[in-house]
Design a protein around this ligand. Structure first.
Ligand SMILES: Nc1nc2c(ncn2[C@@H]2O[C@H](COP(=O)(O)OP(=O)(O)O)[C@@H](O)[C@H]2O)c(=O)[nH]1
Ligand SMILES: [Mg+2]
Length: 353
């Protein structure tokens, strides 16, 4: 399993134009006819297209150099060479394309179907048919094809974490993320010192994925950590769900699943009212650490009655309840997405009528 990466450095090379041809007509009764060397074909260009079906830059980490086709050289009988095919590269919507050397932003691929001609193919050279003149009836001259443009690019995609995992330190957030992730993205731009936020891409159904991230520093980041955590929270502002992870095995006297639940929610609302307002899925972790499954389910039932919401039970270590939770979250996100789409469509209808 390879790492999921939200940045990729690539090189693109458009195709060169084909050379013009030097050729002379040869017919039975005209052994040295006029020039008829055709033009070289144009080189193919490299074109980016934003595609809302894609969610990652993973494809750009397997391959790093992308070449469009060269144009072919000119032919006899004034025929042009074949032009090289353009290379079409599909990117997730939201990808940013930077010049690797200058750091300049070249394009923000912010809409489905948006295209960018990022490297233009070279023109084909003229064949010798163009160089005939009154003084030179038999030009032995043709132009070479022009080279295609080459660029070194940095692609960046701001990941959208669909699910933010909140909980006490040691609740098992990191363990859960590593357990359910098909890939672990690196967070390049957040040089945390003590707090290391985690991201994971979860594959929950054929071809369907969602991104989970922990919400770091809720309790431990009283001073320095909070500022750092706050930067990362911006990254999480589009999170659709909060998974509230609770450790029922904590021994400190002031702690209990219910007390922890309230402490974390209070921290969350101070820290980010926006995140606190998101729908929450409450999950008891470490089912294996508090007796048998019945015991864990009893704790969950009790908490569920106290807070008036469903409570799931898992063990990130043994895997108990994990598959069910992964599917539940995926289905819930899909349901929310459909509801949002239906609402958007209804609003659009209203505006029309
Ligand atoms: N027994 C048990 N231990 C767990 C479980 N999940 C996590 N842990 C342990 O709890 C500790 C803290 O886990 P970690 O994932 O680092 O918590 P985080 O601080 O929320 O990221 C580690 O020692 C884990 O091995 C679980 O389901 N059962
Ligand atoms: Mg952790």
């Amino acid at each position: 399993m390879t790492d999921f990466i939200d940045r990729a450095k690539i090189e693109i090379r458009a195709g060169s134009g084909g050379n013009g041809s030097i050729n002379f007509r040869r017919e039975k009764f005209a052994p040295m006819g006029g020039p008829d060397g055709g033009d070289g074909g144009n080189g193919g260009s490299v074109i980016f297209v934003a595609d809302h079906n894609l969610g990652t830059l993973l494809d750009f980490t397997f391959q790093r150099i992308f070449l469009a086709e060269n144009g072919e050289k000119g032919q006899r009988k004034k025929m042009s060479g074949k032009s090289g095919d353009d290379l079409i590269l599909r990117l997730p919507v939201g990808s940013m394309i930077y010049d690797q050397e200058t750091g300049d932003l070249i394009a923000d691929m912010d809409a489905d179907g948006k295209t960018l001609m990022a490297a233009k193919g070279g023109n084909g050279g003229w064949g010798n048919v163009h160089f005939k003149s009154s003084v030179n009836q038999a030009p032995r001259r043709a132009n070479p094809g022009q080279p295609g443009e080459c660029k070194k690019l940095l692609l960046e995609l701001k990941l959208i974490a669909d699910v933010g995992i909140a909980g006490y330190p040691n609740a098992g957030k990191s363990t859960l993320i590593s357990r359910i992730s098909a890939a672990r993205p690196k967070i390049a731009d957040y040089p945390f010192t003590t707090l290391t936020p985690n991201l994971g891409v979860v594959q929950w159904d054929e071809g369907k994925t969602y991104v989970v991230a922990d919400v770091p520093g809720l309790i431990e980041g009283a001073s320095e950590g909070k500022g750092l955590g706050y930067q990362f929270l911006r990254h999480l502002e589009r999170t659709k769900l909060i998974l509230h992870l609770i450790d029922p095995s904590a021994h400190e006297p002031e702690r209990s699943p219910l007390a922890d639940y309230h402490v974390i929610n209070r921290e969350l609302s101070v820290y980010s009212p926006e995140l606190a307002g998101k729908p929450q899925i409450v999950v008891i972790n470490k089912a294996d650490a508090i007796g048998d499954e019945d015991d864990a389910n009893r704790v969950a039932r009790e908490l569920s009655e106290q807070i008036g919401a469903d409570v799931h039970v898992i063990s990130a270590v043994t895997g108990y309840g994990i598959e069910k939770l992964v599917t539940f979250l995926g289905a819930k996100l899909l349901e929310m997405k459909k509801a949002a789409e239906a609402e958007a469509a209804a609003t659009a209808d209203e505006q029309i009528s």
